[in-house]
Ligand binder design. Sequence first.
Ligand code: AMP
Length: 215
Amino acid sequence: MKAIILLGAPGAGKGTLAEGVRAATDYIHVSTGDMLRAAVKAGTPTGLEAKSYMEKGELVPDDVILRIVGERLKQGTADDKYMFDGFPRTPEQARALDETLADLGAAVNQVFLLDVPTPVIVSRLSGRRICRNCGAVYHLVNIPPKVAGVCDQCGGTDLYQRPDDSEETVLNRLEVYQRQTASLIDFYEKKGLLVHINAGTTPQEATAEMLGKLA
Ligand code: AMP
């Protein structure tokens, strides 16, 4: 089993980069945000618990996250290669991930830190639109669909803004990132696992850079 992590502020482009790398490799994209949004949509107990935190831009409690990630890893096999996007987000989650992987005879292999200037992040989040039908991600200016308002992947016509991409919630999410997640940069740097990616460029350039640095 292999495990890599995408680390970076909300809006740094973790999801888009993960999709580019997934398409070019055999890594499995594991996004805790996507898993939680699916749980909210399906109205499961986990979704009901997570919803209010997500709407405010707060982190969902560690025990909820560790449960869903643990369940996902249990379904896997020894050959799986995981690319975590949006996880871990706290020191507690990082420690728990190390333990879970150690139990499976694995370890975190590389941590890719997406470097992006803050003004770029705010513009990315406010312009982000998502296909309600298939989850494909667009940006009104940077990654528009070929036909305005129509999903390139599935033809869906409901491209919506995530409620937590509203301006007020975005500022809170950036603050939460600084307060609860940014210390992981140091944590992984000290372990010698950190790899910087210039993610202020286009998705194609960032994907190429990450593919080139993937061990
Ligand atoms: P994302 O799509 O990664 O931006 O996640 C959207 C929201 O889901 C976050 O603002 C959090 O409320 C929640 N979330 C996703 N991943 C985690 C995590 N690892 N720990 C805590 N909350 C999370």
